[in-house]
Write a protein that binds this ligand. Structure first.
Ligand code: SDX
Length: 431
């Protein structure tokens, strides 16, 4: 709370004027918020479709300054975490608020590694899907079904249950993701190898086979780990807000994370990384870029430059900068000359000099370059959003747990109703 206040004066146009004060709350950084909770008693709702100006909760996990292009996880800049930390250490930070010491980190990694397997019955789940099922469809189904198996970690009022569910989800998401890929190829599922790091184990389960030892390049494992870190959390984005809303009804953690996966799937959100690669493939050649930039600017053309623009960032998404640098490094390391990366770089150059994008402050976001690295790692396009979901699971859990472990109420927005007012039923023979 601050001494600042907002004074609202409502003039109903017929001589009646009502004035009342609304308290203003101040965070540790970022915009102050006007507490509008008392408006309902005054007979008013606020109106903010898309929640552009709405702070839906209080949180200590992640801070974004969209104008400056700043992203902090528990105060640590994403650039430093991506460069100096690793994904499981970032998971610890997001969940518990501080970087772990050596003993804490070793215990956390050990515990995650011992939850990587899924119940053997879950392996039969996959047989119910067509081989060409989109892996995100499988993820929605299988992750939601985990609540049918782990009854000993679904009591959300029990802190131990919440902790076990968190470990199970962080540990099993890569396993289920790799299974959804293997299922599409007709190859056998690979069991986790707990002697490997989190990201190396994921690549092992994705590309290994039972007929020969898996050789994982440390460069690729490091690139995969950095991608998970860059996707770990991002404040109150659409899927995290979905997780908070689903969690506010006291649904079990597996159902809540499945809701987050479903929300992430859309091309306006996590599905954009898959859409970026499809767009770059459609552009096909640097000579076609101007045509597609013109399409993106044409109000009558639904085409948008995928991987560009953001609700919050009106500057470079800091994750996109790290991703672009990683793309250069990985492709150079692998000796890959990817025409798609050249098209992406040229597209970025042209767009950032174009008045339309400059005026609307449209910059590359996290999804613009991620697909290029994932493609270089051998990940099929249909798995890109699945990778995003694996990385983001810890962010969803951190926000869910932050809400559940503090006083909360079920989320229940209101509306501006513009439909019919009350009217009497008309019998069929009178219509
Ligand atoms: C993610 O919220 C998060 O934090 C998300 C995320 C995370 O980590 O969780 O960062 C991950 O979802 C990144 C965004 C991935 N999506 C895409 O790359 C899809 C392409 N981008 C757009 O669809 C759009 O920019 C959104 C959805 C990302 C943001 O939409 P907004 O905030 O609702 O903005 P808007 O649609 O109102 O656009 C503002 C203007 C519009 O023009 P006008 O109507 O004002 O004339 O900019 C235009 C839009 O037409 N515009 C674009 C554009 N994005 C916005 N024009 C062309 N190409 C684009 N990509």
């Amino acid at each position: 709370m601050t001494d600042k206040k907002a004074t609202l004066t409502i003039d109903n146009g017929q001589g009646s004027v009502d004035t009342f004060d609304l308290p203003i709350h101040k965070g540790s950084v970022g915009p102050d918020v006007i507490d509008v909770g008392s408006l309902t008693a005054k007979g008013y709702f606020t109106f903010d479709p898309g929640f552009t100006s709405t702070a839906a909760c209080e949180s200590e996990i992640t801070y974004i300054d969209g104008e400056q292009g700043i992203l902090l996880h528990r105060g640590y800049p994403i650039e430093q975490l991506a460069e100096q930390s690793d994904y499981l250490e970032t998971c610890y930070l997001l969940l518990y608020g501080e970087l772990p010491n050596k003993a804490q980190k070793d215990e956390f990694v050990y515990t995650v590694q011992r939850h990587t397997m899924v119940h053997e019955q879950i392996r039969t789940f996959f047989n119910g899907f067509r081989r060409d099922a989109h892996p995100m469809a499988i993820m929605c189904g299988v992750v939601g079904a985990l609540s049918a198996f782990y009854h000993d970690s679904t009591d959300i009022s029990d802190e131990h249950h919440r902790k076990v569910a968190a470990f199970r989800l962080i540990a099993k998401m890569p396993t289920i993701a790799a299974m959804s890929y293997k299922f599409s190829t007709g190859q056998p599922f690979m069991y986790p190898d707990n002697s490997l790091s989190y990201s190396a184990n994921f690549l092992h389960m994705m590309f290994g086979n039972p007929c020969e030892p898996t050789v994982i390049s440390p460069t690729l494992a490091r690139a995969m780990d950095r991608i998970f870190t860059l996707h770990a959390d991002h404040e109150q984005n659409a899927s995290t807000s979905t997780v908070r809303l689903a969690g506010s009804s006291q649904a079990n953690p597996f159902a809540v994370i499945a809701a987050g996966i479903a929300a992430l799937w859309g091309p306006s959100h996590g599905g954009a990384n898959e859409a970026v690669v499809k767009m770059l493939e459609e552009i096909g050649d640097i000579s076609q870029i101007d045509k597609y930039v013109a399409k993106a600017k044409d109000k009558d053309d639904p085409f948008r430059l995928m991987g560009f623009g953001h609700r919050v960032y009106k500057n470079f998404d800091p994750r996109a900068k790290v991703m672009k640098q990683a793309a250069d490094e990985v492709l150079a390391e692998l000796g890959i000359q990817d025409e798609m990366l050249e098209i992406a770089k040229r597209l970025e150059e042209i767009a950032l000099q174009d008045e339309y994008f400059v005026e609307k402050k449209l910059y590359p976001n996290v999804d613009f370059y991620s697909g290029i690295i994932l493609k270089a790692l051998g990940i099929p396009t249909s798995m890109f959003t699945v990778i995003f979901a694996v990385g983001r699971t810890v962010g969803w859990i951190a926000h869910w747990n932050e809400m559940i472990s503090n006083p909360y109420r079920i989320g229940r927005p209101r509306q501006l109703y513009t439909g019919h007012t009350a009217r009497d039923f008309v019998p069929l023979d009178q219509r």
